[in-house]
Design a protein around this ligand. Structure first.
Ligand code: SF4
Ligand code: SF4
Length: 192
């Protein structure tokens, strides 16, 4: 009886070997990519690293209302509010930290925000050498590079979709013809 215990092990190794050889000899269809040199094109709704957005004058849109922190199921948003020098704006975040190791990337903070002050990017490069590095501060969350349109992720509005909906309402887009093109594979999925 005992000598047959190796049989399931061999069976498992066989499956591993089959996939290994398939990946080597059918590289064009391989699911493995050479990250970080190669990257997948994720959806423009991808929920990656957060971004704090800014007004045209460069100040953060956040008014420290705490709605995002209240909605956050992981309780990983820390806000300290301060009085804004502009009397038309009640408050601003003196501190706005997100603990990225606690975050579950649900996007509830984006949904809760009444100011579109917090959105998400498609950046998933989050590796840390210490616990402290995982705390994304206000400064890190508002880095200018994150405004690159190709790096945006989950957010309340998608201008490209708004334009498409407007075109559909005006009858510019023939939905049946579009669906046929999708079926034929002549249209590539939007990636970012
Ligand atoms: S994505 Fe979800 S878990 Fe992460 S900070 Fe926002 S609400 Fe919290
Ligand atoms: S990010 Fe939005 S929801 Fe969160 S405190 Fe700022 S304004 Fe309020």
């Amino acid at each position: 009886m005992a000598e047959r215990l190796y049989l399931p092990l061999l069976s498992g190794l066989g499956v591993t070997l089959k996939h290994f050889l398939r990946n080597i000899f059918r590289r064009g269809k391989s699911y493995t990519i050479q990250y970080p040199e190669e990257r997948r094109n994720y959806s423009h709704r991808f929920r990656g690293h957060h971004i704090l957005t800014a007004r045209p004058d460069g100040s953060l849109r956040c008014v420290a209302c705490f709605l995002c922190a209240t909605a956050c199921p992981a309780e990983c948003i820390k806000i300290e509010a301060g009085e804004h020098p502009d009397v038309n704006i009640e408050k601003y975040p003196v501190v706005y930290d997100i603990d990225m190791l606690r975050c579950v990337f649900c996007g509830y903070c984006v949904d809760a925000c009444p100011e579109e002050a917090i959105i998400m990017s498609n950046n998933y490069d989050m590796a840390y050498f210490s616990r402290d590095q995982s705390i994304a501060t206000k400064e890190e969350l508002s880095k200018p590079y994150t405004y690159d349109a190709s790096q945006l992720g989950y957010r309340p509005h998608y201008p490209e979709e708004d334009a498409q909906r407007a075109a559909i309402r005006e009858g510019v887009v023939d939905l049946i013809a579009e669906a046929r093109r999708w079926q034929d594979g002549t249209v590539e999925a939007k990636a970012s």
